[in-house]
Structure formats: structure tokens, C-alpha cells
Design a protein around this ligand. Structure first.
Ligand code: LMR
Length: 429
């Protein structure tokens, strides 16, 4: 065969293949980009010099730069210089020192669930992986009363919907945020708990609610726990921001610990992305609190089966760093200081934005929610149109529900953001 004939044959078969390929994937609908990560991409591509990213919930320092926590730098050096470190597989459920430390951090060192051996802890691919594994576990083993369904706060982190749908659990909303008060719709929430069929599954944000920054008070948490018990509901806690709400790890775990103490059946999804600044390391955990040790062992065996078929065993690096910080007293104290640094800077940004809008610019509307809301985000109350204008005209990136990541503000850009918000509210952008 001449080279020319071979060339023609190759060309034909490639064309035929292309035809088959085209046919094969013809029915795949084009999905919209992720609502949060598309903002990061658009921000990066923007050449405007005063652009501001208030989209993704990732901490930035006062220079607008990602912050590697000093304690993490120290832990990294210790790991790097440890001659005993190898690159073996971890057990399926993760690094034992890490999962044990993570459980104590969220449930408390004296938690009865830990002491009685009825908390099962599995290392996961950050908080998203914990949500997924928890949802998958429920989809297989929960004693559903009706078709599998999870109640999510309205609004919630957009990814919750997708995570539950992926495992065949239908997401439905419960009232949470009241746009009239820009606060918690507590009556609506309690009512939803009463109305839902017994043994329903409710996802609750353990602290620093994403996206609203609105949390129940301790008294309200107490009421919620009571109804959960009365109705035999199951609580699916998502805890991605421990330390970010109050600057104190124990304070922010209060709701989870209270529910455990009261005997509400629950699991907790935990992430170290935000509070340890370990976004890319994907270090998280799922804790399933069971009624007794025997049930816990059965749950552990099934979680291991699920984990093995999906990721085999979790990655080492982030877990080793966190384990080191959690088990070394000095490092642990330093970590708490780092968390306070982040929380304090965010609080000072809240105060300054509030001052600008209310005292200096006299922006129409009430803005007290900026200082009353807690954690990484503020739910500004801005409509979709105003958000679009802020992105297109002012190069300030925020999600279209009006959520802004307070960590994206700093002493250099806060005036520009305040003035742009003011113009957006007045319809002058
Ligand atoms: C956010 O809500 O911005 C963060 O939790 C990042 C993410 O994964 O969406």
C-alpha cells in the first residue's frame, strides 16, 4: 500500500469515527458553568486594575492575597523533615490520628459519643466529599418513611442540591431566611419541622450559614433540637466554617454538641478548607453519631465499602498536616490564634463597610445586617439585576443572590466596593 492510500484510509476512518462519536454524545445537554467557580474564572480573566472578587468563600489577607496560615507553614516544615514519612496507602477510613482529632474538635474532647465508641469518623475529600459520603450512606441505609428526600434551608450552598440529587435523594426546601427582616425566619423553620413527616432528614448548617451569614441563637437551637427529637427527625449537619462564626472553635461547635447531648440522631460533615486555609488539600471528615458501639461498627463497615469503591482510600498530605496541628499542643494554640486573626479581620471589614454605607454614603435602606451576620459571608439583600451591574460595570464579582464574601474586602478596596454598592442601590451604576 502506498503512503498516499494509507493516508486516505486513515482520513476516512477518522471521519467515520467522528461521525460515530458525534452520534454517541449528541444527546448530552450543555450544562451551565458552576455558579461560584465561574466567578473566579471571570475575575481572573478581567483586566480591570481595581477588580474585586467577592465570589468564592476563600479567605484573603489585607493585600487581597491567599493566606497560608503560619501554623500550616510550621507543620509543613515538620513533615518535610520527618525521615519516617512514607507514601503508603492510608487505611480506607483515613489516617487514624486525623479522624480521632477531627472528631474531638467538632464533638468535644469529653463527648459521650466518643467516649462510648459510638461515633464513626471517616476521612473524606473535604466537606463536599463528606456531604457526598453522608448522602450516599443515607440513600443506601436510612429507614426512609417515604421517597428519599432531604430538607435544605432556603437558600443554601448551591452544591447541596446537586450532591443529594446525585445519589437519588430529592432536595426540598424549608424556610430559613426572611428577606423582609434580612434575618432568620424562625417561625417558618419550626413550622416546617412540625409539618414534615416523622423521621425526615434535615440539613442544618452548624455555624456561619452559607450563603446568608444568619445563624439561630442558642435558645433557638435548643427549640430546634426539641422538635427534631419529638418528630424523630435526622439531622445532617454541614460544618464548613468552624471558627469563622465567632473566632472560637468550641463556640462554633456548640449546636452540634448540644444536639449530641440531647440525643438527636445525626451526622456531621466537617471541612478544614476554610479554618486551616487548606482549600486544595481536600481534607475533611464525616462523623456519624450512632446509638451504640455495635451500630457504629456496622455503620463503619458499610462506610468503608462505599469509600473503597469510590476513592479506595483518602489522600495523605492534608490529613497529616491537620493531625499534626490537632495533636501538638503548641501548634494547636497557634492555629487558634490564626483563626482569630482571620475572624477579626472579617469583623473589621463588616464594621467598615457598615460605617461607609450608613454614616458616610447614607445609602438608602438598612444595613445593620452587615454587622449582625456572621462568618465568611454577607447576604446583602441586593437583587439579581444590581449584582449583574456590579459585575459588569464595577468589576466586583459576587454571586447573583447578593452574597458577598467578606474575606474579599480589604483596606484598599473597601471604599471602592462601598461606593459601588451605594451606586447600585441608587440605580446609578
Ligand atoms: C463557597 O460557597 O463559595 C465555597 O464553599 C466554595 C465552594 O465550594 O462553593
Amino acid at each position: 500500500m502506498t503512503a498516499r492510500v494509507q493516508q486516505i484510509l486513515n482520513h476516512m476512518s477518522t471521519n467515520e469515527m467522528n461521525g460515530v462519536e458525534a452520534e454517541l454524545w449528541k444527546g448530552v445537554p450543555l450544562a451551565p458553568p458552576d455558579s461560584i467557580f465561574k466567578l473566579t474564572a471571570a475575575f481572573k480573566a478581567d483586566t480591570f486594575k481595581d477588580k474585586v472578587n467577592l465570589g468564592v468563600g476563600a479567605y484573603r489577607d489585607d493585600n487581597g492575597k491567599p493566606w497560608v496560615l503560619p501554623v500550616v507553614r510550621k507543620a509543613e516544615l515538620i513533615l518535610l523533615n520527618d525521615p519516617a514519612l512514607d507514601h503508603e496507602y492510608l487505611p480506607i477510613t483515613g489516617l487514624p490520628e486525623y479522624t480521632a482529632g477531627a472528631a474531638k474538635l467538632i464533638l468535644g474532647t469529653t463527648s459521650p459519643a466518643i467516649i462510648e465508641g459510638r461515633a464513626v469518623s471517616v476521612q473524606t475529600i473535604s466537606g463536599t466529599g463528606a456531604n457526598h459520603l453522608g448522602a450516599l450512606f443515607l440513600s443506601r441505609f436510612y429507614k426512609w418513611n417515604c421517597a428519599p428526600r432531604v430538607y435544605l434551608s432556603n437558600p443554601t450552598w448551591a452544591n447541596h442540591q446537586a450532591i443529594f440529587k446525585n445519589v437519588g435523594i430529592e432536595p426540598v426546601n424549608y424556610p430559613y431566611y426572611d428577606p423582609k427582616t434580612i434575618g432568620l425566619d424562625f417561625t417558618g423553620l419550626i413550622n416546617a419541622l412540625h409539618v414534615a413527616p416523622v423521621r425526615s432528614v434535615f440539613l442544618l448548617h452548624a455555624c456561619a450559614h452559607n450563603p446568608t451569614g444568619v445563624d439561630p441563637t442558642r435558645e433557638q437551637w435548643g427549640e430546634i433540637a426539641k422538635v427534631m427529637l419529638e418528630k424523630k427527625h435526622y439531622v445532617f449537619f454541614d460544618c464548613a466554617y468552624q471558627g469563622f462564626a465567632s473566632g472560637d472553635l468550641d463556640n462554633d461547635a456548640w449546636a452540634v454538641r448540644h444536639f449530641v447531648e440531647k440525643g438527636v440522631p445525626l451526622l456531621v460533615c466537617q471541612s478544614f478548607a476554610k479554618n486551616a486555609g487548606l482549600y486544595g488539600e481536600r481534607v475533611g471528615a464525616l462523623h456519624v453519631v450512632c446509638a451504640n458501639k455495635e451500630t457504629a461498627e456496622r455503620a463503619r463497615s458499610q462506610l468503608s465499602v462505599l469509600q473503597r469503591s469510590e476513592i479506595s482510600n483518602p489522600p495523605t498530605y492534608g490529613a497529616r498536616l491537620v493531625a499534626l496541628i490537632l495533636t501538638n499542643e503548641k501548634l494547636f494554640e497557634e492555629w487558634k490564634r490564626d483563626i482569630r486573626t482571620m475572624a477579626t479581620r472579617i469583623i473589621s471589614m463588616r464594621k467598615e463597610l457598615h460605617r461607609l454605607l450608613t454614616e458616610e454614603l447614607k445609602t438608602p435602606g438598612t444595613w445593620d445586617h452587615i454587622i449582625n451576620q456572621i462568618g465568611m459571608f454577607s447576604f446583602t439583600g441586593l437583587g439579581e439585576e444590581a449584582c449583574k451591574k456590579l459585575i459588569e460595570k464595577a468589576h466586583i464579582y459576587l454571586t447573583n443572590n447578593g452574597r458577598i464574601s467578606m474575606a474579599g474586602l480589604n483596606s484598599r478596596n473597601i471604599r471602592y466596593v462601598g461606593e459601588s454598592l451605594d451606586r447600585a442601590v441608587r440605580g446609578e451604576l
